[in-house]
Design a protein around this ligand. Structure first.
Ligand code: SF4
Length: 191
């Protein structure tokens, strides 16, 4: 069985798509957009190996989520095992939102694409900042409603930024914010 290589999992977040979701960041990205906010996810080394059925068990044990969000890294670099995962959680009623740095037209048919309700595509372009839509970094990125699970009403969701402070003082952020907002926030933390 091809193992998943994962960068991070947040069991419950309101900052990575519609409603409460489990967010799964993959490790490894072949797209490599200049100005990427997550360059530590580019290498395929250093992630956590996990069999997709184990990830299914973990996600189905989380209470109160409406779906999962798959982010990168580049999820379609691991389309085979992630497709099995996505199909299994959808069969249990969860929705699947998948981000990709590829354009939809570039993606070959896959179980991951078939099992995605909401696809957000396109590379991050640092010179085209997104002015208003939630969750995306640049204006070229497109939302594809591949099933009737979601529609354009999701655009009324405000962008959120979540900050978690671990018992050891480590700070974890997720959600989308401009560099200016992040710097202001971290400056406040240092005070
Ligand atoms: S596809 Fe995503 S993770 Fe990969 S380089 Fe682009 S923004 Fe970064």
């Amino acid at each position: 069985m091809e193992l998943l290589n994962l960068h991070r999992i947040v069991d419950v977040t309101a900052a990575e798509g519609p409603g409460l979701r489990c967010a799964v960041w993959t490790q490894g990205c072949s797209v490599r957009c200049p100005g990427c906010f997550n360059p530590q996810t580019w290498t395929t080394r250093g992630g956590t190996a996990m069999a997709w059925p184990d990830l299914v068990s973990r996600v189905l044990a989380i209470e109160g989520i409406e779906g999962v969000t798959l982010l990168g890294g580049e999820p379609f670099d691991q389309a085979a095992p992630l497709g099995e995962f996505a199909a299994a959680v959808r069969a249990e009623g969860l929705s699947v939102m998948t981000f990709t740095g590829f354009r939809r037209e570039e993606l070959p048919p896959s179980k991951l694409l078939e099992s995605t309700d909401l696809l957000v595509d396109g590379p991050f372009l640092v010179d085209q900042p997104e002015p208003s839509r939630p969750w995306v970094g640049s204006a070229n990125q497109r939302f594809h409603f591949l099933t009737d699970r979601y529609d354009e009403s999701i655009f009324t969701t405000p962008n959120r930024l979540e900050l978690r402070i671990a018992p050891d003082g480590a700070i974890e952020l997720n959600g989308f914010a401009t560099t200016e907002v992040l710097e202001a926030l971290l400056e406040g933390e240092r005070r």
